[in-house]
Design a protein around this ligand. Structure first.
Ligand SMILES: *[C@@H]1O[C@H](CO)[C@@H](O)[C@H](O)[C@H]1NC(C)=O
Ligand SMILES: *[C@@H]1O[C@H](CO)[C@@H](O)[C@H](O)[C@H]1NC(C)=O
Ligand SMILES: *[C@@H]1O[C@H](CO)[C@@H](O)[C@H](O)[C@H]1NC(C)=O
Ligand SMILES: *[C@@H]1O[C@H](CO)[C@@H](O)[C@H](O)[C@H]1NC(C)=O
Ligand SMILES: *[C@@H]1O[C@H](CO)[C@@H](O)[C@H](O)[C@H]1NC(C)=O
Ligand SMILES: *[C@@H]1O[C@H](CO)[C@@H](O)[C@H](O)[C@H]1NC(C)=O
Ligand SMILES: *[C@@H]1O[C@H](CO)[C@@H](O)[C@H](O)[C@H]1NC(C)=O
Length: 528
């Protein structure tokens, strides 16, 4: 991803002209300078005066139309997470049997847990791969792409983890197992699918990972037409084994929004031939290269806009297919995330904004890469939550699948979204709406909400939850000034709101995220 802009240098001819004409003027008349100086001093005083006024008066006003209908509805498992298949290379160190680990996942239920990734196309089942034991690494990320094997016990352990965590597993099968005629060799799938059925495991399926990039990663090619045919084979296999109602999610393309539109073209070609065998269209999204990303990138408004451009570009290619879209693997930075950034407070801005924007734009499920492992994990290696885990848990608590219009993007560094409030957060089942957003500026901001068509405001109470940290790269996250910590028994701490009147202005600290619930708000779209 290229985004290192060209810094304007002194060689700019325009700039040189300005210097030259300045030199000439200086030689002509030195006296004019005294008048100019006086003039500028007056200007400066006036400027400082108005600046000061603005600081007092500077309030961002946001309009809310209370008579709107629901704009979109996401899956109830909208916020989901991945366990990268590379973790299965060393099942002994993967803590899926650890109680704390299960508890941390359970706080994010209901969700999908996607077991997929580059290593899915290296995965063999219950047999030793014929290859040598030497490790092989992909030329792009240096990721291990040697073949490896999992046993049926490993598969059952994963499904047990999913069940105990209140998650539904999505299992990504190896599409690089191929027959001499180029079609998919499903002999492993013919073992895994009946095994899952025999244990009554409810799950969904995928076939392969980022197939449009196989050439770069594996030096292999599977065309979109061929992949569609392989998905049709898998659909038949599932239908024949009692998984008629399982979802098949594909084609897992990446590089959406590139100038050559290769990802979109591959996806559209796939859909053209896959017919009804695929239930949801899926793609992968990252903003930044984890190896070079900086803390400024994580709060740079231009970076936030990449996602909208990618979603728009994709829609232009697949609009005719009327299929729901999943962001089935996504995080802020690729290459396992950015060290000391993707697992810190600052990562929350892109994450929360992605959740808001994608829901508004019609994405059905967003699968966070990753629950565990890499710099972008929600849960750290010592099984304590990273800040994004907290952001995710709070999101689940307060935000429902009913999305309202419109988002406010970039009104003076504020990006915000509206949903009906999640049922579990309602007080006495009284309807409520949740507004949430990110404030990217390094100065405080005042926000006022103006309701259009309001019901009587008297019955409304605002509950505000502001998320901050001591510094952008903090490992900790604070809610209303209190560092969030799990209780010793692994339960969530109480989330204590700041309670406000509906006409009170909201004060957002510099670099903050927030959730604001309007309890008692009469908005027909959110009636329960
Ligand atoms: C934000 O990102 C854009 C695009 O990469 C870049 O041109 C700009 O200089 C960045 N701004 C800051 C403040 O870093
Ligand atoms: C890994 O398995 C694939 C079949 O999926 C095979 O084509 C490839 O040669 C194997 N790689 C190695 C390094 O043995
Ligand atoms: C499919 O793969 C299995 C296991 O590697 C192998 O035994 C079988 O011969 C392959 N089938 C075809 C048609 O290539
Ligand atoms: C890619 O595969 C082809 C054969 O399919 C081989 O000739 C070529 O050397 C391979 N390239 C790399 C970089 O391994
Ligand atoms: C999709 O449907 C068309 C027409 O019904 C058929 O010709 C084509 O073979 C199907 N594609 C696949 C991959 O089954
Ligand atoms: C991340 O921070 C730790 C200290 O907190 C430091 O030791 C390490 O070098 C940093 N890593 C990178 C890649 O900056
Ligand atoms: C949080 O702390 C800051 C600085 O100590 C203070 O100005 C602010 O009022 C506090 N906010 C809340 C909600 O307690």
């Amino acid at each position: 991803m290229k985004y290192l802009g060209n810094k304007k240098s002194g060689k700019d001819p325009q700039y040189r002209n300005i210097i030259e004409s300045y030199e000439i003027t200086r030689k002509r008349n030195i006296n004019i300078h005294w008048y100019m100086l006086g003039f500028f001093v007056v200007l400066l005083i006036l400027y400082l005066f108005t600046l000061n006024l603005q600081r007092v008066e500077d309030v961002t006003v946001i309009n809310l139309d209370t008579r709107q209908s629901v704009h979109r509805r996401t899956s109830t498992r909208y916020l989901s997470y991945g366990l990268d298949t590379s973790l299965l290379r060393d099942m002994k160190t993967l803590p899926i049997n650890d109680k704390r680990f299960v508890m941390l996942a359970h706080h994010l239920s209901p969700a999908y847990v996607r077991v997929g990734g580059t290593s899915a196309d290296c995965l063999f089942f219950d047999e030793t791969p014929s290859s040598s034991a030497d490790k092989i690494f992909d030329p792009i990320n240096g990721e291990d792409i040697s073949n490896f094997t999992i046993t049926h016990k490993d598969f059952l352990a994963l499904s047990r983890f999913a069940r105990k965590s209140g998650a539904r597993m999505i299992f990504d099968l190896n599409v690089l197992l191929r027959r001499p005629d180029g079609s998919w060799n499903y002999s492993d799938a013919e073992k895994i699918i009946p095994l899952a059925r025999a244990h009554n495991i409810e799950l969904d399926w995928q076939l392969g990972n980022e197939p449009n990039s196989f050439h770069h990663v594996f030096n292999r090619t599977v065309t979109a037409t061929q992949l569609a045919s392989d998905y049709t084979d898998l659909r038949k296999l599932l239908d024949d084994n009692g998984y008629e109602s399982s979802n098949l999610i594909g084609p897992e393309v990446n590089h959406i929004g590139d100038a050559n539109h290769k990802g979109e073209l591959y996806g559209a070609e796939f859909l053209k031939h896959a017919n009804t065998s695929v239930t949801y269209f899926s793609w992968h999204q990252y903003y930044l290269n984890g190896h070079i990303a900086t803390v400024e990138d994580f709060i740079n408004r231009t970076v936030f806009d990449y996602l909208a451009n990618q979603i728009n570009s994709l829609s232009n290619f697949i609009r005719g297919y009327h299929i729901r879209v999943w962001l089935s693997e996504t995080s802020s930075a690729w290459g396992s995330g950015a060290p000391n950034l993707s697992d810190r407070f600052v990562a929350g801005f892109l994450w929360l904004d992605k959740l808001g924007y994608s829901a508004w734009a019609g994405i059905d499920v967003v699968t966070r890469q990753s629950f565990f492992g890499g710099h972008y994990a929600l849960v750290a290696h010592d099984l304590t939550p990273n800040p994004d885990w907290w952001v995710s848990v709070i999101y689940k608590q307060f935000v429902s699948e009913r999305v309202l219009d419109p988002p406010i993007l970039d009104s003076k560094a504020l990006r915000l979204y509206w949903h009906c409030t999640a049922k579990s957060a309602l007080i006495n089942r009284v309807p409520a709406i949740t507004q949430y957003g990110v404030h990217l500026d390094n100065k405080p901001m005042k926000v006022a909400i103006r309701m259009i068509n309001p019901a009587p405001l008297k019955s409304i109470t605002l509950h505000l939850y502001v998320l901050t940290a001591d510094h952008l790269q903090s490992r900790f996250i604070k809610m209303n000034n209190q560092t969030l910590m799990l209780r010793p028994d692994g339960k969530l701490p109480p989330f204590n709101p700041i309670i406000l009147d509906p006409d009170e202005k909201i004060e957002l600290p510099p670099h903050s995220m927030y959730f604001l619930i309007y309890h008692g708000m009469q908005i027909p779209a959110c009636e329960v």
